[in-house]
Design a protein around this ligand. Structure first.
Ligand code: FAD
Length: 506
């Protein structure tokens, strides 16, 4: 039953910060709850946005759709490209590579996953797990399309019930924020430009009452969304919420980013290349390629990082390399008093699996689900915080997995990662997979069993056993299954246009 009085109603929302987090949140709130709320967004042109964050994961397709964005207009405006997965080079050993391809692999079976059949097939052929031989990825439509530079938005493999391509985007982060700003303003969001220099709290509750700009303008609100990036001016500088530091598992604390000239062909996937210390991203856009090196300052100086990055880019650098310092972890409470932190103000994961923009999307969606129209309940806040903690810990474990399973040994950085104690939840997953080939995810987990299988197989954690169900099939039946799947996938990829042609067609 709704309360009838309007006292304590939450109607005036102030979003502080206009980067990807601010404008994504503003767009979703305005689209879904705009009729019942007054939404104001404050951003400072002087401070600007972090301006990196160019790779995403498939749920963004639905997010854009939900806020009413036309896909073609979005790809054009953001100089976007398609992303079908992430190729990991030299992560297991120098010279080896694998892909975390989006979507499914092989065929879905009711009691055990496809890779058990693949493994049996490998044994029968006494082949290797070499990605260029009879590899797990021969049965991934996404992998095959990615490596052949193909793309078409197909929902299913024709004449089958096998799923089509799962995709996300690479885009120019600055252009995405601009595009979203126009969209959100069109939905009624009011934008105020200025730098906040003062924040007023309620004496008793400690809630934020208002923020004040340099010129003295005061903006009051019932609920404040802190999207101020690494500055976290409300959630941390004002409310001292605290931070769970994950850097003992994820030791990289710096990134250096530089765009370079584009290559002739635009590959529809991200590349992550491990170096002696840390790793390098390569994100192809329509007009340039985004590059960056993520490294640990304890093991590599900024000068060395800069030289290493500039030596390993495809074309002429288009700007001075920019260094960003960070501490991996998460804000202890994403929602504290009448402040909800979204984006970098709520925590940071290195962009290895492109999860930060996704976390903006899920936090904004959660906020809509939990929206406190008639005042804030502690129970609601606690549940919101519990869900965001579980989500972050799942992502944390998946990212640590890549480091833990490295077999490089060419520097103390990688050797320390091999030796480190990882969270128990992760260790159990690694060992269970090794012994039985089984991996289980929770319904709310972002990364699917197929994602875990790819990273574990790709990094050499090969199961010692397979599910007994597989042995109920004869050798011929397993052979036929594999052969037919390969034929279907290859035929489908053959008929797809190239990714370059797809982009031209826009
Ligand atoms: P910002 O972009 O920093 O925006 C902060 C906003 O707050 C700005 O508008 C600023 O003006 C405003 N502000 C701050 N202080 C004040 C003040 N006092 N008064 C008024 N306004 C203020 N994510 C991915 O999903 N994929 C990736 O590939 C990826 N790569 C990344 C690589 C690096 C090196 C880094 C650092 C991050 C990466 N991310 C990635 C994360 C991604 O960039 C961010 O999650 C995303 O851009 C959101 O940033 P934000 O909006 O929280 O902060």
């Amino acid at each position: 039953m709704h309360k009838n009085n309007t006292q304590g109603q939450i109607k005036n929302i102030v979003i502080v910060g206009g980067g990807t987090a601010g404008w994504m949140t503003a767009s979703l709130l305005a689209k879904v709850l705009g009729k019942t709320l007054n939404i104001t967004l404050v951003e400072s042109d002087n401070i600007g946005i972090v301006g990196v964050g160019e790779a995403t994961i498939p749920p963004i397709v639905n997010f854009n759709r939900a806020i009413g964005i036309d896909e073609k207009a979005f790809i054009k405006a953001t100089k976007g490209t398609i992303k079908l997965g992430i190729e990991f080079n030299h992560w297991h050993k120098d010279g080896e590579r694998y892909m975390h391809a989006f979507g499914s692999i092989g065929k879905k079976f009711p009691f055990c996953d496809f890779h058990h059949f693949w493994q049996k097939h490998q044994q029968l052929q006494s082949g290797s797990d070499n990605i260029d031989g009879n590899s797990f990825w021969d049965y991934s439509l996404n992998y095959q399309a990615a490596k052949q530079g193909k793309f078409a938005p197909i929902k299913q493999i024709p004449n089958t019930n096998l799923p089509g391509l799962a995709y996300a985007y690479h885009f120019d982060a600055g252009l995405y924020a601009k595009f979203l700003r126009k969209h959100a303003e069109g939905l009624g969001v009011k934008r105020i430009e200025g730098t906040i220099t003062d924040i007023a709290q309620d004496d008793k509750s400690g809630d934020i009452n208002s923020v004040t700009l340099e010129d003295g303008t005061s903006i009051s609100g019932d609920l404040f969304i802190d999207c101020t990036g690494l500055a976290a001016i409300l959630i941390e500088k004002t409310l001292s919420t605290g931070y769970d530091d994950y850097s003992h598992w994820l030791p990289c604390d710096r990134a250096i980013a530089v765009p370079c000239e584009k290559t002739d062909h635009i590959e529809p996937y991200t590349r992550s290349t491990a170096h002696k210390v840390g790793w390098q991203w390569r994100i192809p856009l329509q007009h340039r390629t985004g590059n960056g090196l993520v490294y640990a300052s304890k093991h590599m100086s900024d000068e060395e990082a800069k030289a290493l990055l500039l030596k390993n880019i495809d074309g002429k650098a288009l700007a001075e390399p920019k260094i960003i310092s960070f501490k991996t972890g998460r804000r202890r409470k994403q929602w504290n008093k009448n402040v909800i932190a979204i984006g970098l103000s709520s925590g940071f994961f290195e962009p290895l699996e492109a999860t930060n923009i996704h976390l903006i999307q899920t936090a904004a969606t959660r906020l809509v689900k939990f929206f406190p129209h008639y005042g804030i309940n502690l129970e609601e806040v606690n549940e919101f915080n519990r869900q965001s903690k579980t989500e972050s810990e799942g992502i944390r474990d998946f990212i640590i997995l890549h480091y833990k399973l490295n077999n490089r040994g060419d520097s103390e950085f990688w050797r320390a990662c091999q030796r480190m104690d990882v969270p128990e939840s992760l260790m159990n997953k690694i060992q269970l997979f090794k012994k039985t080939g089984k991996v289980f995810c929770q319904p709310d987990d972002l990364f699917t069993e197929t994602a875990w299988q790819q990273v574990m197989i790709g990094q050499g954690n090969i199961p010692e056993d397979h599910h007994p169900l597989v042995d109920t099939l004869s050798t011929e039946q397993v052979d036929d299954l594999m052969k037919n799947l390969k034929i279907l996938i290859n035929r489908t990829v053959e008929t797809m246009p190239s990714h370059d042609d797809f982009l031209h067609s826009l």
